[in-house]
Design a protein around this ligand. Sequence first.
Ligand code: OOG
Ligand code: NI
Length: 455
Amino acid sequence: MTLSLVPPDEVRTAFSQAMSDMYRHEVPQYGTLLELVADINAKALAADPALEQTLAAGGELERLDVERHGAIRVGTAEELSLLRRVFALMGMEPVGYYDLSQAGVPVHSTAFRPVDETALKRNPFRVFTSLLRLELISDDELRRRATAILAGRDIFTEEARELLELGERQGGFDTHQAERFVEAILETFRWHQDATVDHATYQALHDAHRLVADVVCFRGPHINHLTPRTLDIDAAQAAMPDYGIDPKAVIEGPPPRRCPILLRQTSFKALEESIRFAGRDDGTHTARFGEIEQRGIALTRAGRERYDTLLARSRELPPAADNAAHQRQLGEVFADFPDDLDSLRQQGLAYFRYRLSDTGHAALAAGETPPTDLDALIARHWVEALPITYEDFLPVSAAGIFQSNLGDTRHAAYASESNQAAFELALGRPVLDEFALYARLEEDSRERLRQQLGQ
Ligand code: OOG
Ligand code: NI
């Protein structure tokens, strides 16, 4: 008898929903954040029919309500490579390499996410996954202790390991197995109030870097936030206090624009939670928080270079007094960055998906000969150019999010090189290049168009 396998997209959706339910239970403020984002999105859509149309055309209206990213931090290469295998069974692959050591955070990271067009439309669930870089702890004795503690833990249940191997052998799961897999994997990301170390060890690791304590002192890589997507982050930031949520000082990423680019993010501060140390001392730990984000168009390498240059320039200015002043200042620095879709496209700064318009279909049906040049096809309204949404992360923003949740203590940059090769060795495969993925989405749409036009 052949097994009927559940598509990985469905396993991912079930997992993302299960994570969301668990996190809402663990951190009730996350539930409030979901309500706020739902309210803001409903208002934004009602106020801007063009926005609704663009989202609908890109197939993004349906995914909006399920769209989230989460973040976890692991301690060893073995943990990272096991997660890579787990996420593969959910149709998620590692995309991009992020070095946060330059921002004083001793981790490097990737994002597990779906990569093809249909999978992204179904559910673009992403997990920002960081690997602790123990080699950046300078105290030899402490580093050895942390290594030994991590070597002694297993972040997966026995059932999770068995199901992982079963899924790999079969190339997927039947319905019942998929349910068990989701439940078993959920255990890995659950919060544990009991630290695995005594108070003194926690304190020593915490003094090396708060993040080291967060990764090393617990049974597993608890999910530390889940982020819904808002259509208007400025309104969301302003409304947070009305919902009893205390936002971080500024929105990270580019300034507000008519054509949103990349990613803008804000978060609420990490909660101080009571924990119990081995030896039964009570204490507190801050780890888990909430975040919201607004996503815009994906930039090409040239566009991204421009973004990075302008962002670096804005960071040389004296810090602004508040978010409004910060956004104004950013807006001035970004004034020359084109803010209409035609310029972004014509100057090769952003990625687009091309499709035959109703006019184009009608013209073809009437036997008209299409122009061969893409610009002419667009100028004559045969073809529409729709923005491709940015599905990834931004290292400077990520560092800002990390830092606001480490009690705003700025750590100096680690004197270390980014080390993608070491990360990929730990992961067990190379990460995918996000630019290549966007370029392929764009090229696929052009190929489809050429076929429709008989070119
Ligand atoms: C990850 C922080 C980065 C984002 O959205 O940029 C992040 C973490 O705190 O583990 O989630
Ligand atoms: Ni995040």
